[in-house]
Design a protein around this ligand. Structure first.
Ligand code: MN
Length: 230
């Protein structure tokens, strides 16, 4: 086959210990920690809901480096959301909760960067969130750690500091829908495929960053992810 344009490169996230993980799709879970749901004006356990970012929204940050995110256009309220990212190694449809763990290849630290002002406008108008969520560099991600090295991550601190000040703090055990339940739900709506990434939701404390700010995210067992807003 001869392409009439140069095909886009596969987005690849480095794997801790060697190799690269090819990204297929980026799924995100909305409001998956109780305190964050409350700060966004909701309560209780609603069914999980999902949105997507394009694969090339990933801002790949290699181990030990600081990513540089350009402050995006159209917004005056760019929010940080630190999240556990689940990397899918084996696809499937209608995956039972009891088997979901077998589909996890590994984990990473990610940021679901959000143009909150645009997202809120779209919410009010009942329109899609894409413009608030799915822009270039909106999905910073650190190296993927194979589950064989980390074991299952179902508890442990998840935090985000801006310029050394703690902004977000939670524990993976506080997820409203845990990773296996997320995989089960997602796979009823989409054919989950190898290379999919799932951003699993953010704890309370989301807020705005400005040009010049440095975000430092940590999850127990996954090290840190540093991203500067340029
Ligand atoms: Mn999020």
């Amino acid at each position: 086959m001869s392409f009439v344009l140069t095909p886009p490169a596969t987005v690849a996230v480095p794997v801790a210990g060697g190799g690269s993980f090819p990204v297929h799709r980026i799924y995100c879970v909305g409001r998956n920690y109780v305190e964050h749901a409350v700060e966004m004006g909701h309560t209780g356990r609603e069914p999980p809901f999902f949105f997507l970012k394009p694969a090339d929204a990933a801002l790949v940050v290699p181990e030990g480096e600081t990513g540089r995110m350009a402050y995006p256009g159209l917004t005056a309220n760019l929010h940080h959301e630190v999240e556990l990212v689940v990397a899918i190694g084996r696809g499937g449809r209608d995956i039972p909760v009891t088997e979901a763990g077998q589909h996890v290849w590994g984990y990473a630290i990610g940021l679901d960067m959000t143009r909150r002002d645009l997202q809120n406008d779209m919410k009010k108008q009942g329109r899609p969130w894409c413009i608030g969520k799915a822009f270039e560099q909106s999905a910073p991600i650190g190296p993927i750690h194979p589950i064989g090295r980390t074991g299952r991550l179902d508890k442990g601190a998840i935090t985000l500091d801006v310029n050394g000040q703690r902004r977000q703090k939670g524990d993976l055990s506080e997820l409203i829908w845990n990773v296996n339940e997320i995989i089960a739900h997602l796979s009823t709506a989409w054919l989950l495929q190898p290379g999919d990434l799932i951003y699993s939701g953010t704890p309370a404390g989301v807020g705005a960053v400005q040009r010049g700010d440095l975000m430092e995210c940590r999850i127990d067992g996954l090290g840190s992810l540093r991203v500067a807003v340029a």
